[in-house]
Every structure is written in structure tokens, then in C-alpha cells.
Design a protein around this ligand. Structure first.
Ligand code: SF4
Length: 692
């Protein structure tokens, strides 16, 4: 029954990287509703199904309410003192015996900025271990490295307002209708007002259904397609020569490199007609204002980084960066993945400082008051961390708000690694999270609605979280847990702050003069302005909608780099033994491994279990129909799932959502990563199917 809230609390959606403004409705301290914030520049009151129902997970029965320690094979209730003493005693022993590199931490894109910052400082200046990574590696790493290679530092260049200002929108490798529904609503509005849409996706999605041109390319052929589009744009003289000369390097090499990428050449590889490639390039190139957006279909590939560079090439050669309606726009998957990237929560130091840059480490050390020699100069990826566990080099892993047993590729390999650990600490809002099967210690954490802090969305907007309810039982915020661990380890002197707002003041000092300068932001100003897009250099600034509007990039010479690239071979392609290409991804109703959304009856009712999409032709050949169970096998393992017969997938391809632990698609996925970003290749692997 509907319960009318007695209080509404300002906050931000805790799911995707769109960053919708929400208000959390409570009655007598209990969550009872969520509504979109009217007038919020991101969503103006709109929410998707996940956003509307997310309050229901807050009171889910399996919320962790007490710490637990494994005794006799079972996790049993313990006090915070017992759990943290057990954890820190073991960590101290490992440090003494095996050194900092025996300890690792794997976190998320769903904490708030102050938590990422505190964790990064704790791991690097406290434990002095290089082994800190986040699940952001599995979604945005290729975008990070792509930005850095093209523009000098990370950071998406555009603003959502560019969607409505564009004449042509190119969406590639993104089922935005399902994965970023509120952004897609803005695209639909733009299309209704006359914008043209180009959709590049091997699946026929709701995005391709409203596209002027749909390019259902063969899986993994994006780089060839983007190179061919740039070829046509150059051939037709649709470039901005003055911009290229003033603001980029590498054009002469690129022009020569792209000669072979004719539409006819690309058509052979991409499996779409040459005329369609030509038409898409001309549509994009002839528009004054065109915008490209992409997500995991591009990033989660061995060619992820260079595909990002191809998008930047395409826009740079036309001078379509930093202008209204023009952007080379990588969209983020998680609500605070950007914050992690910006303040050192995973593979960088705060203020977009590079791990491997001695000058950057010296700056951070000076601001932290530590010896620069103690700061790690490398940052292994999670797949490297898993391999190091299997080799016996890493002995303890602290997993925070993520579920690697289900979300990392090649589940059987990850399982072997988790089993081998001497200490696995799982810190999560839900005690039933799959990875906790192997935990020695479980720590109950607060959810987003129970804490204060900042998240940053895909358009660099700092959004504020305010606590609407108290965490259940003895659960604590991740921020409080990090400070407690720091105190117990003897690192308390590194953390002169005790509240997230005080922490943000310290973060601001680390970003001053850096690309993501937050100097002019305060919690009050963020709320007053309904979010602020960085850089925000002083208190008069209301933020910066677009980066590089002045044509000056963050490279040594101030110029963007045009990259001449060819794709590398995919790690696995269908063959006689495994004849199908397997793709994986999200559906609108669920998120990641379902640890949150599967707690919400309404969402679970809409999409209750694992399934595999099969083309009608393949279903007929396999002798299966809608709802039948099939066994899906790869060289790494097998799962079962129900069949959904749909022409959304091409013959010879299948698609399995990533959310379901009863049909974990990552038991099938391949252990291969992009050579630059180390992001796993989730989108292309070979499988075979048979009726179960
Ligand atoms: Fe939340 Fe994303 Fe839905 Fe907006 S689009 S309500 S941020 S899940």
C-alpha cells in the first residue's frame, strides 16, 4: 500500500552514471518512496524503473547488520572490534612477513568521492601497496586511457545539454534505452525535434529502431568502421583544417593511414553495406553540430582504447570538441566511477595525477606530508591481481562493494584465486553477496541513502548525497570503516579529517590547478546549483559545461593527438567447435550482478532470471523455442539459461545478461584484456549451445 512520506531528502540516484537528482521519501525514519528532482538539470524529475524502486532494497531482509568472522567454515556474528582486530592483525602479520605487495584491495564505482579518496590514501600512503583497483577497470578503463592518449588527461569532454543541441547523434556500443534510460529519453526528445540518429550496434536495440541509419556491424569491428567514417570525412573535405593545424598533431600520418579504410574495405570486415557506411559518415560529417556517445560495447574489448581514440579522431578532425552540440562523449556506467578516477580510488593519484609520473607523486606526497619514496609507482589491474593471487604473491584481498565472483571474466579462475587467499575481507551492504562465500571476514556497509558525500556523473557534474535514513543494525558507512582500519593500523595521522565534508576540503587542495579543479565547490554550492560540472576553479564559478573550448589540451604542447590505429585480433572468434559469438550486457531492470536490484520485487518480477537471446533461425536449427532451457558452453565453463527467440540478435550470435548468479555469463567469458587499459574483453567470445 502507498505510504505518504513525512520527509523528503535531497540526494542522487545510486545506480547508473547518468546521475539523476532524486528525493528520498521517509516516514518516521523508514524509506517509503523516491521521486525525481524537478528542475534537476540531468533528469528534470524523470526516473527509470531502477531509480524509482531503489528505496526498496534499503530495507531488504539480507542487509548486513553485524560484522561476521568465519569460524568452523561458517560466518558467525562478531563485534566490530573482533572483526577489525582480526582483519588488522592479519594484515600487520602479512606486512611484516611478506611486505606491502602481499595485500590488495578491489573496490567499486559506487562509493562516494570522499570514500574513494580516503581508501586510496589508506592503501597507498598507509599500507604502501600498489595493489588497488576498482571494478571501474571492467567498464571505463578504455575510456580513461583513450582520453589520456588523445587529450593528455582523462575526463569526458561534453555536457548532456549537447544532446539537445546536436543535429546528428552517433550512439555506438550502447543500448542506451536499457542502460541509461534517462539519457536516452533526452535523445528521443532530440530526435522528435529533428535530430538524426546513427546507431552502431551488432544487436538491433530500441536505439537502432529509432535511428536514421542503423549499422549492425559484426562484433568487434568498431575500429574499422570508425576509421572508414573518418576516411570518407577526409575524402569529402569535411574536415576543419584550421582547427587541425592549430590544435592537433598526427594529421598527416592519419590521412595516409586511413587511405586503405574505404567504405568497401570496411564493409567486407564490418558486414554492413558500404553505402550505409558512406551515408553515416556524410550525415555525421556534413552536420554543423554532431555528437558521438559510446559505452561498454566499445570499451569492453581488446580494441577498447584504440576505438576510443578513433571517436576522438573523428571529432577532432572536424573541430567538434568544446562547442555546443559537439562532443566526443564517453558515457560512464556507475554513479561515482568518475569520482574514483578523479581522486585516486583506483589507478591514479588524486587530481588526475599519473601513478607512473614522479613529479605527480612528489606533488601528492607534499600535500599529504609523506615521503614521495613510499608512494607506489605502479598500479596493477584486477586481472593482474587475480593472477598474482594464483601465483601466491598476493595473500590478502579486501573487496569493497563489488562482487568479483560473478562480475569478473572466467569465473572458475577467479574462484580458484579467492579460495587460495589467506585473508578475504568482503565489505558490502548485503551479507549474501556471492563473493562472501569465500570471505574470512564480512563487514556490513551503509547504502548510498544512508550517507553523505559526492558522486560525479558522466558530464563531470558533482552531485550531492545526503543521508535520509540510518544504516541498519551496526552497519557503518565505508568512510567510517576506512578511518577505523586506518586508526587500528597506526595510520590515523594521515587522516586529520573525521567527516566527509572536512575530507572534501582536503580533496579540494589536491585538485587545485588540476584539470578537475573543485576549488570553488562546497556541499552547499553543489546543492544550491543542482550539481556543478568541474572544473570549478573558484567560488564565483558555476562550473564548466565543456572541456577544451579554447582548443588547449592537457598534453605537453597543448595539442590533441590523432592516432593512426589498426585493430588487433579478437581473442576468440566462432569456429566449427564453438560456432556462436556470445555478447553480454545489462537490462533496464537490473544492475551489475543483481545484488541490489534483485532485492526489489517489482524489478525481479519484470526480469526474474537468466536467459539467452537467440535469433529465430538459430533457435529453429537447435530445435528450441521460447522458454526452453539450453546449455551454453565455452572453453572456460558452461551455464544453463532459458531461450528468448528474437531477431534483436543476428544469426550466429547470442546475448546473455550479466545479472544472474544462477546463470552466470562470466563462467563463459574469456580472460583477455585491452593491451593499454587492461579492461576485459566481455563482448566477444565463442560458445556452443544445445538443448538442456
Ligand atoms: Fe538512476 Fe540511471 Fe535510472 Fe537515472 S537513469 S534513475 S541515474 S538508474
Amino acid at each position: 500500500a502507498h505510504v505518504e512520506p513525512d520527509t523528503w531528502t535531497y540526494s542522487t540516484c545510486g545506480f547508473c552514471g547518468t546521475g539523476c537528482g532524486i528525493e528520498i521519501g521517509t516516514k518516521e525514519g523508514r524509506p517509503v518512496a523516491i521521486r525525481g528532482t524537478k528542475g534537476y538539470p540531468v533528469n528534470d524529475g524523470l526516473l527509470c524503473a531502477k531509480g524509482i524502486y531503489q528505496w526498496k532494497m534499503i530495507t531488504a531482509p539480507d542487509r548486513g547488520k553485524h560484522p561476521m568472522i568465519r569460524k568452523g567454515g561458517t560466518l558467525v556474528q562478531a563485534s566490530w572490534d573482533e572483526a577489525l582486530t582480526a582483519m588488522t592483525d592479519k594484515l600487520k602479520a602479512l606486512l611484516a612477513e611478506h611486505g606491502p605487495e602481499s595485500i590488495a584491495c578491489y573496490n567499486t564505482g559506487q562509493l562516494c568521492m570522499e570514500e574513494f579518496y580516503t581508501l586510496g590514501k589508506l592503501m597507498r600512503a598507509g599500507f604502501r601497496t600498489p595493489n588497488l583497483d576498482g571494478n571501474t577497470r571492467t567498464c571505463m578503463a578504455s575510456a580513461v586511457v583513450g582520453h589520456t592518449r588523445s587529450f593528455g588527461t582523462d575526463g569526458p569532454v561534453g555536457a548532456y545539454a549537447d544532446i539537445e543541441a546536436a543535429e546528428v547523434i552517433l550512439i555506438a556500443g550502447s543500448n542506451m534505452a536499457e542502460c541509461h534510460p534517462i539519457l536516452f529519453a533526452r535523445v528521443v526528445k532530440a530526435v522528435e525535434k529533428g535530430a538524426r540518429l546513427i546507431c552502431v550496434d551488432p544487436r538491433l536495440t530500441q536505439v537502432s529502431r529509432i535511428a536514421t541509419i542503423a549499422l549492425p556491424i559484426r562484433p568487434g569491428t568498431d575500429v574499422v568502421l570508425l576509421n572508414a567514417m573518418a576516411h570518407v570525412i577526409i575524402r569529402e573535405g569535411l574536415i576543419d583544417r584550421a582547427y587541425i593545424d592549430a590544435h592537433t598533431t598526427g594529421y598527416a600520418e592519419l590521412e595516409a593511414h586511413l587511405r586503405k579504410y574505404t567504405p568497401a574495405y570496411a564493409a567486407e570486415i564490418c558486414g554492413v553495406p558500404a553505402e550505409d557506411i558512406e551515408a553515416a559518415a556524410l550525415l555525421y560529417g556534413r552536420a554543423e553540430r554532431s555528437l558521438s556517445m559510446w559505452v561498454m560495447g566499445i570499451n569492453q574489448s581488446v580494441n577498447g582504447t584504440i576505438a576510443n581514440n578513433c571517436f576522438h579522431n573523428l571529432n577532432l578532425i572536424q573541430g567538434k570538441i568544446g562547442k555546443p552540440g559537439c562532443a566526443s562523449f564517453s558515457i560512464t556506467g556507475q554513479p561515482a566511477a568518475m569520482a574514483s578516477r578523479e581522486v585516486g580510488g583506483s589507478s591514479s593519484y588524486p587530481g588526475y595525477r599519473a601513478i607512473g609520473n614522479a613529479q605527480h607523486r612528489a606533488e601528492v606526497a607534499a600535500l599529504w606530508g609523506v615521503d614521495p619514496a613510499i608512494l607506489p609507482d605502479k598500479s596493477p589491474s584486477i586481472t593482474e591481481i587475480i593472477d598474482a593471487i594464483l601465483e601466491g604473491k598476493i595473500r590478502a584481498l579486501w573487496v569493497i562493494c563489488t562482487n568479483p565472483l560473478i562480475s569478473l571474466p572466467d569465473q572458475n579462475r577467479v574462484r580458484r584465486a579467492l579460495e587460495k587467499l589467506e585473508l578475504l575481507v568482503v565489505q558490502d551492504a548485503f551479507a549474501t553477496v556471492d563473493t562472501a562465500q569465500y570471505a574470512h571476514i564480512y563487514l556490513p556497509a551503509a547504502l548510498w541513502a544512508e550517507k553523505s558525500g559526492i558522486m560525479v556523473n558522466s558530464e563531470r557534474r558533482l552531485n550531492l548525497l545526503k543521508p535520509a535514513v540510518a544504516p541498519p543494525g551496526e552497519a557503518r558507512t565505508d568512510f567510517a570503516i576506512f578511518l577505523d582500519v586506518a586508526d587500528r593500523m597506526g595510520y590515523g595521522h594521515l587522516f586529520p579529517y573525521r567527516t566527509t565534508e572536512e575530507c572534501f576540503e582536503e580533496i579540494k587542495r589536491l585538485t587545485k590547478g588540476r584539470p578537475n579543479d573543485y576549488s570553488g565547490a562546497t556541499y552547499a554550492r553543489i546543492e544550491e546549483n543542482r550539481g556543478l560540472q568541474w572544473p570549478i576553479p573558484d567560488e564565483r564559478s558555476t562550473g564548466t559545461p565543456r572541456l577544451y573550448a579554447d582548443g588547449r589540451f592537457n598534453t605537453a604542447d597543448g595539442k590533441a593527438v590523432l592516432w593512426s590505429v589498426d585493430p588487433v585480433e579478437l581473442p576468440e572468434v566462432p569456429d566449427g567447435e564453438y560456432p556462436f559469438n556470445l555478447n553480454s550486457g545489462r537490462v533496464q531492470e537490473h544492475y551489475h550482478t543483481g545484488t541490489k536490484t534483485r532485492k526489489v520485487p517489482e524489478l525481479n518480477h519484470l526480469v526474474p532470471t537468466a536467459y539467452v537471446e537467440l535469433n529465430p533461425r538459430d533457435a529453429e536449427q537447435l530445435g528450441v523455442g521460447y522458454g526452453d532451457r539450453v546449455r551454453i558452453e565455452s572453453r572456460r565453463g558452461e551455464i544453463e539459461a532459458r531461450v528468448v527467440v528474437t531477431s534483436q540478435v543476428a544469426p550466429g550470435s547470442c546475448f546473455v545478461p550479466m545479472h544472474f548468479n544462477e546463470g552466470p555469463v562470466n563462467r563463459l567469458t574469456v580472460w583477455a584484456v585491452d593491451p593499454f587499459s587492461k579492461e576485459p574483453n566481455y563482448k566477444q567470445q565463442a560458445v556452443r549451445l544445445r538443448k538442456a
